[in-house]
Design a protein around this ligand. Sequence first.
Ligand code: PRX
Length: 645
Amino acid sequence: MTDDTLIAIKPEIAATARVTAERRAAMVQAAASDPDGFWRQEASRIAWMKTPTKIKNTDFTGDVSIKWFEDGELNASVSCLDRHLEAGRGDQVAILWEGDDPNADSKTTYAELHAQVCRVANALRALGVKKGDRVCIYLPMIVEAAVAMLACARIGAVHSIVFGGFSPDSLASRIQDSECSVLLTADEGRRGGRKVPLKANADEALKTCPSIRHVLVVRNTGTQVAMQEGRDLWWHEAAEAQPATCEPERMNAEDPLFILYTSGSTGKPKGVLHTTGGYMVWASFTHELVFDYRPGEIYWCTADVGWVTGHTYIVYGPLANGATTLMFEGVPNYPDSGRMWQVVDKHQVNIFYTAPTAIRALMREGEGPVKKHSRKSLRVLGSVGEPINPEAWLWYYRVVGDERCPIVDTWWQTETGGILISPLPGAVAQKPGSATLPLPGVFPALVDGDGKVLEGATEGNLVITDSWPGQMRSIYGDHARFAQTYFSTFPGKYFTGDGARRDADGYWWITGRVDDVINVAGHRMGTAEVESALVAHPKVAEAAVVGMPHDIKGQGIYAYVTLVAGEEPTEALRKELVAWVRKEIGPIATPDAIQWAPGLPKTRSGKIMRRILRKIAANETDSLGDTSTLADPAVVTELVENRVS
Ligand code: PRX
């Protein structure tokens, strides 16, 4: 795809768009020249108990301090619920739930959601949960997951959601890190016709989590589960006993709203901390602008609430904007690969937001399953989580959207709270494969390895030079690590960990991670985590993990494993190691390839040369580069010869 393939703004979208090209230009200008004035006005999109008078107070140097709206007071659940009731929208559907089983669905109105949230909030208070306490949520994609989040917000508890696909060990380490006192889970989850044993996993995890005093269990599939006397309670029993109103806690704008663990290039996942005021403004602002959301529209984001996309664009953003948000329990290819479009037609979805990996998987099935369904209701299509290749972009545009729907390729991260770089449907012409332009108030730049800012059409490390309201505030319990991880590589700038290219039109093209993080099917995975899972196996002496190109998943996991002396590399052991990693971390970390490595390429000082390992995994063995600095260059020849294809 060339840099100048432009998909023009659709006149019919621009005619009624929330933001036109002129309006966007004015917003970009205002946010740059008068950030306080601009964000003071945008803050009014959420409900405040005390309107903030101080707007921006941020410093990317030294200890790093980020504060927005710091004297404001609010409760996130009031913005998402109460004020819609006050505006007479209580009977509007807030959550449209579509089950894994195509015959299962439900509608929850704003009034019903409010009542459910209040009951669970009261139940949590009755269990002794107070403002500032951490509550872990390990739930499938059922309405109770959104209820759980908003119930925590209502009483000022900080939620920490752990994706239902994570293993007991991964769940335990996240609970331990933030010392959660209550866990919210379900008997089982459903996905693609299979059951996920959430309560059994939780019981296993809780053997090493002394901070957990109580577990609330949703009866979802109805299977028999063990209930520990004094610790475990049924969600419905605890909630039914409570009144349907609950006084919301007054929160300062900078009080924490949630923690979400994410992988970095080193060590254990870090607890990304988001606070209340700035995050809510950002969630509402970006949801409205990027999707050109209009009142009354049906909006569907296919993510899981276990990831940040689910936080911001299934729950907080759409509910703050009074939208009807569709929550989908299932997967794109169950019962067949037309499921997405069947759901679109069934619920008359207007805005559809998914990941490139899903698009590529569906593309492989051909146009048939798409064309079987009308999709006439669709107006805007979105993409998130990883770079979308132009071929998949064009398929999405032509086949799914019938060349009628603009595509918003949205670049952002767990750390950024919401979208930073994306087209706006009525304001920015698109280029297949490019996230296009930053939103108003977002200041990206490219720097070289020494931190020198690069101008014009060029490629480099992607940094953001000034703060935006949705930015993460800290790493839970380790502010020094926050400053070190994000602000020390290029002092005074937020480093994203991504590389990017800017073309002659000033459009941004994200090229992928430049650190040791890989992106597998839109899920972020630290290679160090997979390595430590592998070396925890008694037969493994050493392991090095890199990403490799994968047609559907974007990147796959390629592991080089050195066995302890005397162990035989057998097919049975390979299978055992794959199963071991799945058990240690979860199925999303399943290695795609394991290569037995009698030795790893190391420098004389003992550092593994990952550049070479990446090249071998990608089968680019004719461009290995300089291997002369290796302690033993013969190692490379051996690895190339025995590459796993
Ligand atoms: O590498 C970028 C990629 O996903 C990373 C963030 O992952 P996570 O925190 O899990 O959040 C995913 C959902 C926002 C980024 O550093 N990424 C995300 N969106 C895009 C992307 N890469 C290219 N284009 C995107 N639209």
